[in-house]
Design a protein around this ligand. Sequence first.
Ligand code: PBG
Length: 317
Amino acid sequence: MKRLQRLRATAPLRDMVSEIGFGQSQLIQPLFLAEGISKEEPLGGLPGSSRHTLSSLLAQFEKDLAAGVRQFLLFPVPAQKSNRNFAAEFVGTALQQMRQRAGSDAAIWVDTCICSFTETGHCCVHDTRGRQDLAATHAALGTLALTYVKAGADGVSPSDMNDGRVAYLRKKLDEAGHDLAPIMSYSTKFASNFYGPFRDAADSAPQFGDRKSYQLDVRNRSDALASSRRCAEEGADLLMVKPGQPSADLIRPINEQTGLPVGAYQVSGEYTSLVLLAKEKFVDFDAALIESWHNLRRAGASYIITYGARLARGLGF
Ligand code: PBG
């Protein structure tokens, strides 16, 4: 059965996909939780964001809730890298405490990828001959997704681009009784040069090669559309283009072809470029940030993942 109710479960989810109005309800704030660090580490490449300890994460989360943020995307960064055994208990603990603090006032999504967990820094597991092991990758993603949802995440956001992962996650969640947990799929995600500051934050730079064998080629529109269509067919509830502004041309076509809400990820390189322009006094940061959100909304974005979500209220947005 096709469940259309998943995005109606709570007020933050309903507001996020509301087709009327545009404000902080449609902005998603990323948060980085790093296991095994003893104090908060502000990110040079992403001013305003940090790699958090559990306690600094909770403090930031409370501040953000007080500033009106209603959507969060959590990025786990484990202490130990591995080839197969990915331990995410630290994420479960954080989610339980976040849920306790937020109740149903906020939606908490968890980025579900393994590039911060693998020794290789790739978004997939490799077999002993160095080839992508799709079955093992799916299994790892499934285990992580269940850990997150059981601990209180509203939904999962697969950001790897491995074939078949949305169908696999949907099945795993359904079998475990989480048939109402939504999947926000990074569905049209390009192999982009604009993820640099993020990879430092998540400690997820590939140790060899690049991500071009699984992420999309920026030259190919048809593949980019097909990728989102397939996520929709596999059961994704929300789709996304990434990087945001450079993919703005695809947002409306994807929505028209699938009928699903399509968001945009204003990625680290896009955000930091505004910070740097402002530092050199070439732009007014606040005005440029708001313009960038309006641009994405005009292009058809239902929601925007942005490192500046927590600034919105202060900007009168
Ligand atoms: C993990 C992931 C990445 C981003 C979000 N999830 C990096 C990548 O795919 O290399 C990028 C986010 C950003 O740049 O802000 N797969």
